[in-house]
Design a protein around this ligand. Structure first.
Ligand code: SAM
Length: 273
């Protein structure tokens, strides 16, 4: 067995636990029922990564208030949060709404698909397995224009590159609201700094990188190191913190980032990065 498979043992055990649970048939099709089985596994067997109940309440309240048409979750893991937050959408409106859960680990993504299906949400919540950049580009090529609500809780080092890719593709634009998990953790500082930087300053950074660029180095570098992607420096964000502390593993603040406007530029932004 590979070392990666070793890391996935508890998640595979979770799947077996649920599929062989005596109450499964009565709970099939019930998001709360499947969540209760995952909670039971966590309580009686092994710990899993999931939002604290306090943090979950904040995010469910935001979904109810914002009523997003397109929601993306970065880092879906085994689907707990996708079931929890997918269930926050009114059933009668699900036909017109889309929830995408992006997960690079195929084993986790398969488990998430299975649990989301058991919860009766698979026609609404779509799990996208594989490298995150490829999933984002696929959504773009399928015609997804704008993300209304995004949950960011994946690899902290990928927060800024992922956001910049969304910006480049114009999928993050004025009106997009992003909830950032554990915003205060050290790895997230570059992200929080980026969304708090003024348009003027971001334009300067992009200009310094791109000019003079007779060898088109900025484009080449951006494909090698996504951190140097230009993003869309013309976007203005407003950020505020919500108290997300709780008893679970992921203590820390829930930071809400809202894209509040785009300043005009004389040269159009590229969508090729
Ligand atoms: C803390 S867990 C997410 C927990 C989940 N949102 C929940 O509450 O049920 C982080 C997940 O992000 C995934 N991940 C790691 N790097 C990623 C990336 N670059 N893009 C998207 N997901 C990533 C990991 O495989 C893991 O499943």
């Amino acid at each position: 067995m590979s070392s990666q498979a070793g890391h996935e043992l508890r998640e595979l055990e979770l799947k077996d636990f649920i599929l062989s649970h005596p109450s499964l048939e009565t709970l099939r099709g019930s998001p709360q029922g499947i969540l209760s089985l995952i909670d039971e596994f966590e309580r009686t067997r092994k710990g899993l990564l999931k939002p604290s109940s306090h943090k979950a309440r904040i995010i469910r309240d935001l979904i109810a208030a914002l009523r997003p048409t397109v929601m993306i979750e970065m880092g879906g893991y085994v689907g707990y949060s996708a079931i929890l937050f997918g269930d926050a959408f009114p059933r009668e409106t699900m036909d017109n709404m889309h929830f995408f859960s992006l997960e690079p680990n195929h084993c986790f993504a398969d488990i998430a698909k299975c649990l989301i299906d058991l919860a009766g949400l698979s026609s609404f919540v779509e799990v996208m397995a594989g490298p995150t950049d490829a999933s984002i580009r696929r959504l773009f090529s399928l015609g997804l224009k704008k993300v209304d609500f995004m949950l960011v809780g994946h690899d902290k080092l990928a927060y800024t590159p992922s956001l910049k890719l969304f910006e480049n593709l114009r999928m993050v634009s004025p009106g997009t609201v992003i909830v950032v998990d554990n915003a205060t953790f050290s790895g997230n500082k570059p992200y929080m700094k980026y969304v708090r930087t003024s348009v003027e300053e971001k334009r300067e950074v992009v200009k310094r990188r791109e000019s003079p660029d007779i060898f088109n180095m900025s484009k080449i570098l951006a494909t090698i190191d996504p951190e140097v992607r230009p993003g869309n420096p013309n976007l203005n964000y407003e950020t505020w913190s919500m108290d997300g502390t709780g008893p679970a593993w992921n203590m820390g603040l829930v930071e809400v980032v809202e894209c509040i406007g785009e300043e005009e530029t004389s040269s159009p932004m590229s969508t090729s990065v």
